[in-house]
Design a protein around this ligand. Structure first.
Ligand SMILES: Cc1cc2nc3c(=O)[nH]c(=O)nc-3n(C[C@H](O)[C@H](O)[C@H](O)COP(=O)(O)O)c2cc1C
Length: 186
């Protein structure tokens, strides 16, 4: 596949399974992430891997966050939150630590570009991933449990694995729908 095909064929898998990408491939994908555009080269992005049994602890942390946010959540909802952590063999928590030197929004954009590089590198190598945030990503309980500073941003919980089933194709916008040409008013 050429680069445009890799980008255009990426979509969310419906199901992720074992095996995870090899250490070499993950390392290459993280290296690809770190080539994202980055104003002032502040390198705001970081990636934290959660695999194997640690996913259960992550599920417990997500359940604790849900209970704190929704004290009335029923047992089923709490259990679903725990189970979600097991829907892929690997979770990668993508974060951004904002540094002096460039506007925060630019550093968040750089971290988002790094995530997309990572995602596309995996897809182009035959693996799948999907990107999640939700309220847990903004919850101080979750940040603390992951060993992050309160001011760190969780820009994504990336679920990674082998594509067990591909998600449905989506209608994408075409170039004419999103592109205009500016000319100075005369
Ligand atoms: C920053 C970010 C956070 C997201 N968080 C969620 C989420 O929490 N839940 C969700 O269903 N989709 C979330 N999405 C969207 C999905 O990752 C996905 O892009 C969307 O369902 C469209 O599917 P596609 O990637 O196949 O086009 C998020 C996307 C981005 C960029």
């Amino acid at each position: 596949m050429d680069v445009i095909d890799i980008i255009k064929t990426r979509r969310e898998p419906a199901k992720l399974t074992d095996p995870v990408p090899s250490d070499d491939l993950l390392s290459a994908a993280f290296t690809a992430a770190a080539t994202a555009p980055d104003h002032k080269m502040l390198r705001p992005w970081r990636f934290m891997k959660i695999a194997g049994e640690a996913r259960k602890d992550f599920g417990e942390l997500m359940a604790k966050s849900l209970k704190a946010r929704m004290p009335d959540a029923d047992a089923g909802a709490i259990e679903r939150e725990k189970t979600k952590a097991l829907r892929a063999p690997l979770i990668v928590v993508a974060t951004a630590t904002i540094k002096p030197g460039a506007p925060e929004v630019e550093q968040l954009l750089a971290a988002g570009a790094a995530v997309q590089n990572f995602t596309l590198a995996l897809h182009g190598s035959g693996f799948g991933s999907f990107w999640r945030t939700g309220e847990a990503a903004y919850d101080p309980i979750v940040k603390q449990g992951l060993g992050l500073a309160p001011e760190d941003h969780i820009v994504g919980f990336l679920y990674v694995g082998t594509v067990g089933a591909m998600g449905p194709e989506k209608k994408r916008q075409t170039a004419p729908e999103i592109v205009s040409t500016w000319t100075a008013a005369r």
